[in-house]
Design a protein around this ligand. Sequence first.
Ligand code: XIL
Length: 529
Amino acid sequence: MSRRSNRSRIRSTVIVLSTAALVAAGAATVSTSIAEAATGDSLGVAASKAGMFFGVAASPGRLSSFVGQEFTQLTPENEMKPETIAGSGGSIQNTGNADTLVNYAQNNNMIVRGHTMVWYSQAGSLQGANQSTLNNFIKNALLKWGNKITYWDVVNESLDDNNSGKRRNQWPHTLDKDSNNDGDFLDDADTDYIRDSFKQARQVVQSNNLKTKLCINDYDIEGLTVKGGGKNNKADAMYDIVKKYSQAPYKYIDCVGFQSHFNDNPNSIITNDLEANIRRFGELGVEVHLSELDIDDDLSNNDIGTGQADNYRKVVRACLNVPKCTGITVWGISDSESWRSSERGLLFTGGNGSYQKKAAYTAVLNELKKGRPTDPTPTDPTPTDPTPTDPTPTDPTPTDPTPTDPTPTDPTPTDPTPTDPTDEAACRISYTDNTWNSGFTAAVTISNTGDTPVSGWTLAWTWPGNQKITSSWNATVTQSGSAVTARNAGHNAAITAGGTASFGFQGSYSGTNTTPENFTLNGSACTVS
Ligand code: XIL
């Protein structure tokens, strides 16, 4: 697998952002049960219009009317964790507070993300349980609330810290067995508590005709890279798990939660490739949620925004730009009521039902109101028909034979030759990719280095390797063998002299992800920088 240098990775981040807008629309239609109840100018309403939920984690003590007005989704912050509701043998008990939250959500037309079933922490009487007890709990939890829970976190925080790309050592991983010692737990002969927990959950959902969607949730899996530009091994490990268990023959996993607790930890920063990482999971067919969002307002290590509000804006934009990103949940209402109050990481100040909006709130609301990207389907970039209207003059023969000059005005049409874009291409190409095991996204920026504007472009190149493009945005990209052509979208057909146009795509490869060669713009060779 090829990894590009840190330097090119940093350069790529700029381009990814400049092309961030305008991926194909078709915003995932989130369940119609998504609240329309949030009223007026609220995060929930703006998100609903963009086809996603905007939710909050809360406990019963936070349930003022404000919650239902502002948000369309609710996550019990602690009330559905096994330490609260798991009894012996995987039975369910003590659900009063969870019921209060579920009822509040129902009465306020909010959907619920159940959180969480199988987790090393806050496990209560499940701590150390075998798979059969876990399966009992999974079944009981699913049946207790049925379709009142739209999404359930079945497995939480299965992966280790410090970017190891490994699973956590402690229970429930102690149930796992690597039968062939190949370092993963994904072989059929392996014992894998993640697979077995999802298998049980899927079976309960199916045999009871539930609509509940089954999620896996973790933190530090948000970007393709970590601070310094190195690979995010934890994200890659999660990708492998989701890839395996969301696809046939398993089809166990419906959704993945990127917790999104962004802070100073080098593995928890906001990277510019957040959107690309959301996209690669989305391409697996699963929904992606930013499931526990808070953003430390100390920016020393957050390398993307120019302040907390800007960081929030960019994170929300990354989600909006990927149709499969179907919801965002902030992990609490106000800074002082947050589990990490010292980070001042939420959208409100104040407390006890009386809240003041922060700049971050306005940034999020405004970004949500901009909505999903519009459909970038290109209008035909072919130059408008250059054929002149019939140059034959209207009959010059005067009716009056008297010799006023019968010569018609010059019938020669104004030059009907279309502007020939091939003469005009003088171009420089910036190409950067973000590569993982077998896939990559790439951002391309075309600079028109000539003196003449370009109106309508075709950029061609060849792959030295076996890359295959699977989707694109801001251009229509077709491939034949190793030859690729990208034709402009409607909105970026014109490139002024000195101007740029950008587009991007996703692809797969095996072996080495080599960079493209032989770029030509409208037939003329381009330089690459
Ligand atoms: C946190 C709660 O916010 C705290 O009140 C509690 O003391 C500890 O757990 N990842 C998760 C959440 O999946 O369940 C955690 O919630 C925050 C980190």
